[in-house]
Write a protein that binds this ligand. Structure first.
Ligand code: FE2
Length: 343
């Protein structure tokens, strides 16, 4: 049997690596684990080689330190085999670009910061093939997310409201705004294909979050069926009220046995206009990480658990994507009723 799927993906991976500014003679490491998609490893390897890079495919043992199953959750705890092996880390630090094809990536593993400090660029790829292709980034996407990150940097307060009843006030001081643009072009940059979003890491937020029917709970990859009210004080979640999903979230917080499980983490809004809200409904859970939901243009994305800016290490990471919110940053409306504003 011939492997046509990797060849079919070669154009997309080559376009992606061009955006990552892979140049002749650069060192590219394709990082995988036994559970990674073989067609992605082959396509990444072939694309890097076709651009003149010196490419190494490194497959390390699977197994993560996180207590939850590695099912493309997005928690990014890294692989134990890399976290415990300085030779593997040195290989990644010596690369110009790492194409991370592991199932969870390393975004919330502190070792990733060490690798980035060496100047290595990392692009993480985890979603299904047509999700990657439909959301293939364009160079100009970066201007937009940089603009939004700059707005957050110079602002003091973000306010999120919705017709469903959300009313959250977020203090932006010290919240280290950043962006994802779907490609890793600058030295020391991590990014995720696909993604187009802006986010920050606030410490203090107060008010209430009302999840409406159709909002998306990640990593469960489930739509909210029954409204949920979460009461937030000082950046922590108190009472959770509602039906089945409220009970599910409350149980998750309890079972996590994690001091940061009820603490808010990153929050921001999506700018990926090609994203499909129904992708979560159309794929098997093992096929997706869920970047269509996370980066959907005009969503409000918030999360719980790990908070690198405050030094909180946690595996209890939820990402929750909401439609229909209005997001205002120091009086500038950036999202109006779930749609990006024209500015
Ligand atoms: Fe997250």
């Amino acid at each position: 049997m011939f492997d046509f799927t990797s060849v079919d993906l070669l154009d997309a991976f080559t376009s992606e690596l061009r955006l990552c500014k892979v140049t002749d003679g650069e060192h590219v490491v394709v990082l995988s684990e036994p559970g990674s998609r073989g067609d992605y490893v082959a396509a990444a390897f072939g694309a890097a080689k076709s651009l003149g890079a010196r490419v190494i495919s490194a497959t390390v043992p699977g197994g993560s330190p996180a207590p939850m199953p590695s099912t493309h959750t997005g928690a990014g705890p890294g692989l134990s085999s890399v976290l415990d092996d300085t030779a593997a880390q040195d290989l990644l630090k010596s690369a110009d670009l790492v194409i991370d094809l592991t199932q969870e990536g390393f975004i919330h593993a502190p070792v990733q910061q060490e690798i980035l400090k060496a100047g290595t660029r990392i692009i993480f790829v985890c979603d299904a093939p047509d999700v990657l292709i439909r959301n293939l980034p364009r160079e100009g996407d970066k201007d937009l997310v940089v603009r939004e990150a700059e707005l957050l940097k110079k602002s003091q307060v973000m306010r999120v409201t919705s017709a469903a009843g959300t009313d959250l006030t977020v203090q932006l001081d010290g919240s280290k705004p950043e962006f994802q643009t779907g490609f890793a072009d600058d030295p020391g940059r991590w990014d995720h294909w696909p993604s187009t979003m802006v986010l920050c890491w606030p410490e203090i937020s107060d008010g209430r979050i009302l999840l409406a029917e159709g909002d998306i709970l990640l990593p469960f990859k489930e739509y909210v069926r029954s409204p949920v009210t979460l009461h937030v004080a000082g950046g922590h979640i108190g009472k959770v009220e509602g039906g089945a999903e409220a009970r599910m979230l409350e149980t998750f917080f309890e079972d996590a046995d994690d001091q940061w499980a009820r603490s808010l983490s990153h929050m921001g809004w999506g700018l990926m206009r090609s994203a499909d809200w129904f992708a979560t409904a159309m794929y098997g859970k093992g096929d997706l990480m869920g970047m269509d939901a996370r980066a959907f243009a005009g969503n409000f994305l918030w999360s719980t658990g790990p908070h690198p800016v405050l030094g909180r290490e946690s595996y209890a990471h939820l990402d929750i994507a909401m439609r229909g919110c209005t997001v205002t940053v120091d009086g500038t409306e950036v999202v109006s009723g779930g749609a990006l504003t024209e500015r």
